[in-house]
Write a protein that binds this ligand. Structure first.
Ligand code: FES
Length: 362
């Protein structure tokens, strides 16, 4: 890409005899570049030079520290899913924001460090370059390498131990931060509690002391059979702290009419009802919208997102739309005080089925 029209191109032997700086200047001339000003930005070793180095190194060190913090948080922070009714839910909720923030800070600080290095450490240069076209020949390639090397020398990278070290740390930190999420899959297993793994359990599971979870309206009022008229539906939640906020807990409680033609998906589901009362998950098995609209005449509930319909008179099987799985049914009972309770947790996954299911909970 030689652009200098009146520059004599030296032979290979002549180039071998030239210094690095001469080659760099020759390269500039061949590219039609006139270096008006070119040289170190500050006197090497001067206070201004050291100040510039420290200010750049600070960014790289910040990148390195945040990369290390990212790795520590990624591995050590309580990452296991905590339901909304758990005391530790807020700690779990911080996990994703924290790793995102720290990885973002690493990249940001490294980027700012590189920009600061170009502004404060790279040689001061004022150049005029002519536009040119064509292929690179040998002299261009060699002079380009010399220019880059010369830039490195003039930046004083060899003697700037702090800068080199901090840049290496930041680069290494970013590299580790990029690799850790891949390796993390070998460390973290969301199914390590077997059947008690968080994704298998909802707030309807009996409490640690074995007591059954009561049903409540959103305001916390407990639900009794006499609350519902025949042919009505209401939305209920587990009466545990945070139960109304848990994403997998909302349930539709139906009181069907005594003469409704009821079918059960399988004989075992017949024991899940309490008289004319039936409870089904409100979370659509398509992609998880709340199923809302109950049409008493047809016994169907409609999901507003993609119009899936489920037949409550037939085990909440899907009868229209994209949902392919029946709404999970919650076993119902009434405690000694006359309040509705869940006799156990759901026995099948709530919401869209997930790939590990393999029919295990069907
Ligand atoms: S989420 Fe219910 S139909 Fe799509």
């Amino acid at each position: 890409m030689s652009g200098g029209q009146d520059v004599v191109i030296p032979s290979a032997e002549e180039m071998n005899a030239m210094s690095r700086e001469d080659l760099a200047r020759l390269g500039a001339r061949l590219d039609g570049v006139e270096l008006v000003e070119y040289g170190e930005r500050y006197e090497p070793g001067s206070p201004a030079d050291k100040r510039a180095e420290r200010s750049v190194a600070r960014w790289f060190l910040l990148a390195a520290v945040s990369a290390v913090a990212f790795v520590v948080v990624f591995i050590a922070w309580p990452w296991q899913y905590e339901t909304a009714y758990s005391d530790k839910q807020w700690v779990y909720a911080l996990y994703n924001p924290l790793i995102g923030l720290l990885l973002g800070l690493t990249i940001f600080a490294l980027g700012i460090g590189v920009i600061a290095m170009a502004k404060k450490i790279a040689p001061h240069e004022v150049a005029i370059q002519q536009r040119h076209v064509g292929m690179s020949d040998e002299v261009d390639r060699r002079t380009m390498v010399a220019e880059l090397a010369d830039t490195g020398i003039k930046m004083g990278l060899k003697r700037r131990g702090v800068l080199k070290g901090s840049l290496a740390l930041a680069g290494a930190g970013l590299g580790v931060a990029a690799v850790v999420p891949v390796l993390g899959g070998f460390i973290k297993n969301p199914w390590d509690k077997g059947d008690k793994s968080d994704l298998w359990v909802t707030p309807w599971a009996p409490l640690a002391d074995g007591s059954l979870v009561r049903m409540a309206y959103q305001d916390g009022t407990l639900v009794r059979p006499e609350d519902l008229a025949a042919g009505s539906m209401t939305t209920v939640f587990p009466a545990v702290p945070g139960g109304a906020k848990a994403s997998d807990a909302a349930v539709m409680l139906f009181r069907l009419r005594a003469n409704d033609p009821i079918k059960f998906r399988a004989p075992k589901y017949e024991t899940f009802r309490y008289g004319d009362f039936y409870a089904y998950s409100k979370i659509c098995t398509h992609v998880g919208c709340p199923v809302s609209l109950y049409e008493q005449q047809t016994g169907r509930v409609l999901c507003p997102c993609h119009q899936s319909q489920f037949d409550i008179n037939d085990g909440a099987k899907p009868v229209f739309g994209p949902a392919a799985r029946a709404l999970p049914q919650l076993p119902l009972g009434v405690d000694k005080d006359g309040h509705f309770v869940a006799m156990s947790d759901f026995i099948e996954p709530v919401g869209p089925g997930f790939w590990e299911n393999s029919g295990k909970h069907e």
